[in-house]
Design a protein around this ligand. Sequence first.
Ligand code: NAG
Ligand code: NAG
Ligand code: NAG
Ligand code: NAG
Length: 380
Amino acid sequence: MADLCSHRWTILAVPLVCLTLVGSLLVHWPTLLNTFQRPKLLPNPNPILKSTITFNIANVTTIESSTIPVNATTTTVLIWYWAFGFNQGIRENVCKDRFGITNCILTDDRSLFSKADFIVFHNRELITGQQRLPLHLPRPQNQGWVWFSMESPANNGNLRPFAGKFNYTMSYRRDADFFMPYGWLASRNVAPGMTVEDFIPKKKSHLACWIVSNYARHHERTRVYNRLKQVINVEVYGGAVNRSLAREHVLPTISHCYFYLAFENSKFQDYITEKLWKNALQGGAVPVVLGPPRKNYEAMIPKDSFIHVDDFESEEELGQFLKELAGDRERYASYFKWKLNYTAAETSNWFVEPQCRICTKLTTLQRPKVYRDLQSWEWK
Ligand SMILES: *[C@@H]1O[C@H](CO)[C@@H](O)[C@H](O)[C@H]1NC(C)=O
Ligand SMILES: *[C@@H]1O[C@H](CO)[C@@H](O)[C@H](O)[C@H]1NC(C)=O
Ligand SMILES: *[C@@H]1O[C@H](CO)[C@@H](O)[C@H](O)[C@H]1NC(C)=O
Ligand SMILES: *[C@@H]1O[C@H](CO)[C@@H](O)[C@H](O)[C@H]1NC(C)=O
């Protein structure tokens, strides 16, 4: 997420990311996707796409967003405070207007506390002390308190004080009660006769590119980069090297690169961010990923669509492989096969969309439920 600061993706993502860094303190596979049971929460923000969303290529799980069941009663979701202070100026009908979710009231009006079915608390403000849980108010038995974070455990602070306080979690993790991935592959049909080559940006002038704003010596990605650049040329952009890209230049710049280093700031289960979904996959470069194990990526994207740092004994070997691959057109093109069936999508608005999607998840939600040890859940 860090890299966003420098190149300004979206008005919404930037504050989330940048403030996270400023305030920065500091893996097992529970569910294969074929056993994944939270389809109703999957986002489908792009109406142009067919309304099917697929997370697993091998065991295709498709969901028709139009079949989201609607409860007869209205659900009220209260946002106790806006993440990073970014008031979205929502109206009561926002869930229906933007996502077609009916019988769902999203509000930031604290006077609705006693009526709210769910209250969402963004973690950052809690751990910095800017906000507090309303423990002094009489809490209705059926009310669900939702802990929300899109950060990895490395940047979520100490969660021990929240033991026994939250009923649900909302995060990029697939085992969260409300799963909100950074991105996903959405099905599509391409025009007959189109080939993989039609989806590969034509002008490739750089072998490998990397955008980085949060450059820390202790990051594993920094060590990998330092060794890799001795083998191949890596074009580096971003605040860390005083070479920030304006938002509109990010994807065009990446499109000129054969490979994009989608290196996460920390390695945690499911922590696969816009570095993959947006920068690499939408930018038209083959992702070289550093993050959770290969298997974790394979649950999200086809196994032949990316290169994993762990696949190589050394950066030397990785660099040599990238050079060879860039010179072998047919093999290079094979990494884009997924484009014939999918397009890379990302969530439209983290401040509103997952909150609305709470209302689509009611029937499968465990209740009552309490996170007696949120810290252990976070680090398991
Ligand atoms: C697909 O699902 C089947 C049964 O549900 C399982 O045996 C198989 O290992 C899965 N394949 C992959 C690639 O996940
Ligand atoms: C950063 O880049 C800008 C524009 O290229 C330049 O004016 C400025 O001096 C640079 N700052 C540093 C610290 O190198
Ligand atoms: C993927 O797209 C190609 C080209 O349109 C088509 O021939 C193929 O059947 C599709 N595969 C799947 C699994 O949908
Ligand atoms: C949420 O947790 C509280 C406190 O532990 C508990 O009293 C309440 O019943 C729980 N509510 C739900 C809906 O699980």
